[in-house]
Design a protein around this ligand. Structure first.
Ligand code: PMV
Length: 320
């Protein structure tokens, strides 16, 4: 039984940082993201009864290190008595570098496994399963502007607008392509346990979500940019205030933020956001992409630029 699914990463504009339940991997706060179109993970899964263990290949190479999380996610979908799988994942962008490759990977994995095993679990169950593997992955089940909400012992996602309803663009400035120093899961726990700013972060999230939700539905770019930058800097302040401190930025990250400030001063509709990595994501109106791209490409420390529009949620592309 085999199936292939594709999913795109999403970029949070109102971030999730911190867990309220580490076993179920439930987030401490809701979040709002945009799903990208041009960064893609394509995941094929195939059952193989001759295998003693799952086999994972990422971009054509065996990836033993990532296998435990993948196998665990498959167990949560199909039970531990399930057949073993050959899993082939292809990603057209850097992995584990703060570009949300885990979001697109786990979103694609749950959709592919569901299709291969003909489980027909439905979107809500797939959201929950993806979220258990990676909090942000749940949002990649939907396209466009997506809100993730906390339920009692679960999560749910809701599409605020489709990708075509307000087609913003994202210019990603890559300032380091290597893997990050600490994974987001462990880093969040350090923040929850040690950062003096963590409680305030949690308290203020509802207000940021309200502001961003109304900015999205009202297509108010200035309002969305203001709350998104604030929320991003607040999340990184929580990280910086942790012990040991969690610092994902490098000098290129700061230089990009400076470039975006200059672009804003020059009248361009652009704002930044940064996740658990040193890359800077500049969100802009489509008409500003060329200028934003050029300015970020000329910024010291930027090694590469990726440009994306907004795209659809995870979907199966074949099943046999
Ligand atoms: O879902 P994870 O474990 O990859 O954590 C995501 C954390 C951030 O990217 C920093 C914020 C977010 O909401 O995506």
């Amino acid at each position: 039984m085999r199936a292939t699914a594709i999913a795109q990463p999403n970029i949070a504009l109102i971030k999730y940082w911190g867990k309220r339940d580490t076993n179920l991997n439930l987030p401490a706060v809701g979040s709002i993201s945009i799903t990208l179109s041009d960064l893609v993970t394509r995941m094929s899964v195939e059952t193989d009864t001759s295998l003693a263990d799952d086999v994972l290949r990422v971009n054509g190479h065996e990836a033993q290190q990532m296998l435990p999380r993948i196998s665990h996610c498959l167990d949560s979908i199909a039970g531990s008595e399930r057949p073993k799988f050959r899993i082939d994942s292809d990603c057209n962008f850097p992995i584990a570098a703060g570009l949300a490759s885990s979001a697109s990977s786990f979103a694609a994995l749950v959709v592919a496994a569901d299709a291969a095993l003909e489980l027909r679990l439905g979107r809500a169950a797939l959201v929950s399963l993806a979220g258990r593997a990676s909090g942000s992955a749940a949002r990649s089940l939907m396209g466009g502007y997506v809100e993730l909400m906390n339920l009692d012992d679960d999560i749910a996602v809701n599409q605020l607008l489709g990708p075509e309803d307000w087609p913003l663009a994202v210019v990603v400035a890559i300032t380091a392509a290597g893997p990050k120093p600490i994974g987001s899961g462990s880093a969040m726990e350090i923040s929850r346990k040690t950062s003096p700013f963590f409680d305030r972060w949690i308290e203020q999230q509802a207000a940021d979500l309200d502001a961003a939700r109304s900015a999205v539905t009202g297509r108010d770019f200035a309002k969305l940019g203001a709350v998104a930058e604030h929320n991003c800097l607040k999340m990184h302040s929580v990280m910086w205030g942790s012990r040991p401190p969690i610092v994902y930025w490098n000098s290129g990250t700061l230089a990009c933020m400076e470039t975006i400030r200059e672009l804003q001063a020059g009248g361009n509709a652009v704002f930044f956001t940064i996740d658990a990595g040193p890359q800077v994501k500049a969100v802009c109106l489509p008409g500003d992409v060329a200028r934003v791209r050029q300015a970020l490409a000329a910024t010291p420390g930027v090694s590469d630029i990726l440009v994306s529009g907004l795209g659809d949620g995870a979907r199966a592309v074949t099943a046999t």
